[in-house]
Design a protein around this ligand. Structure first.
Ligand code: NAD
Length: 324
């Protein structure tokens, strides 16, 4: 079999070792591009003679991009991520194959959520900055113990259920909400309103769909406990950013930990330190002492990168050669 010509969009240095290693085993010839996929850049796939295109979370496979890819002969869209919110799945149906890596490492994301929670609860981000500046005062760094606090886990799939176990390990009471509760789970499922009312910490682990866009809006924030810690390691669009900022300014929200952000597409994953940040809401969030932002890095562990590369390459291979 000839090598499967595959164009990889939005390639970052950390993608290369794994993809290159498994490409060799799976008979894939990658062309690595830094450009993100969109309706304009989709033409690059045809120029490279691609049979498959490999994309990440901020590439946009909308109807126009999909039409351009298929017109250029692309048969497969391989997502090297779990979520599919950046792909027009309905439009893709019957036109182009879609594969993704659904469960590459729930522990990577769940552990990052816990790391953010611990940092916020014990002000580690502030302590780090202080001691680096030879400021050894601990004034204002009084923390909150997790033990016996209530955490609300929204979405109890692969990542949410691992996060719930980590919280139980800390002696927390775990409440869960899921649109499709797992009947085999021993989690304590409650209505979303009850979860929000009772939780000291709320952590989001459901996918971004039309149903969940701005799941956390002004009304839901009003329902939460005063001083709640909100964690979002899922997708930025789950939270209405303006409502979040108002919730923090009014002290309703005690801390917000965000690995994802509604308008992250042109900012996250890039070094913008030389630029004037154009996004005023992100700039405002970054001025707040009780907000922790990481740049969509919850997935970024050695173990997860290896699984992503392996599953992506074997998935591409199996698509073109089902007997492999
Ligand atoms: P999963 O499919 O295993 O679990 C998602 C859960 O959400 C399911 O139990 C589902 O029933 C539930 N759900 C669906 N609609 C819901 C709704 N309207 N309200 C409440 N719950 C709902 O997915 P997962 O692997 O656990 O991943 C969860 C999310 O984490 C993904 O959708 C992705 O967006 C995000 N993610 C982020 C990173 C990162 O680096 N920050 C990495 C991987 C995944």
């Amino acid at each position: 079999m000839q090598p499967i010509q595959t164009v990889c969009f939005d390639t970052k240095p950390y993608d290369l070792p794994g993809l290159t290693r498994y490409a060799e085993v799976c008979g894939i010839s990658f062309r690595f591009l830094e450009a993100k996929l969109n309706a304009q850049t989709a033409a690059l796939a045809e120029e490279c003679g691609a049979q498959a295109v490999c994309i990440f979370v901020n590439d946009v496979a909308d109807a126009a991009a999909i039409d351009r890819l298929t017109a250029g002969g692309v048969k497969l869209l391989a997502l090297r991520c779990a979520g599919t919110n950046n792909v027009d799945l309905a439009h893709a149906e019957g036109k182009i194959g879609i594969i993704r890596v659904p469960g590459y490492s729930p522990h990577a994301v769940a552990e990052h959520a816990m790391a953010m929670l611990l940092s916020a609860a014990r002000h580690l981000h502030k302590a780090y900055a202080r001691t680096r500046d030879f400021n050894f005062s601990i004034r204002g760094l009084t923390g909150m113990e997790l033990y016996e606090k209530t955490v609300g886990v929204v979405g109890t799939g692969r990542i949410g259920s691992v996060f719930a176990s980590l919280c139980k390990g800390f002696g927390m009471r775990v409440l869960a909400y899921d649109k499709f509760p797992d009947p085999a789970s021993d989690l304590d499922y409650v209505a979303l309103d009850d979860l929000l009312r009772e939780s000291d910490v709320v952590s989001l682990h459901c996918p971004l769909t039309e149903d969940t866009r701005h799941l956390i809006d002004r009304d839901r924030i009003a329902e939460m406990k005063d001083g709640v810690i909100l964690l979002n390691t899922s997708r930025g669009g789950l939270v209405d950013t303006s409502a979040l900022i108002d919730g923090i300014k009014s002290h309703k929200i005690g801390a917000a930990c965000m690995d994802v952000y509604e308008e992250e597409a042109d900012v996250f994953f890039e070094d913008r330190s030389e630029d004037i940040l154009q996004d005023d809401r992100l700039a405002r969030l970054l001025t707040l002492p009780n907000v922790l932002v990481t740049s969509h890095q919850a997935f970024l562990t050695r173990e997860a990168l290896d699984t992503i590369a392996r599953e992506t390459c074997y998935g591409i291979r199996r698509y073109f050669d089902p007997t492999a």
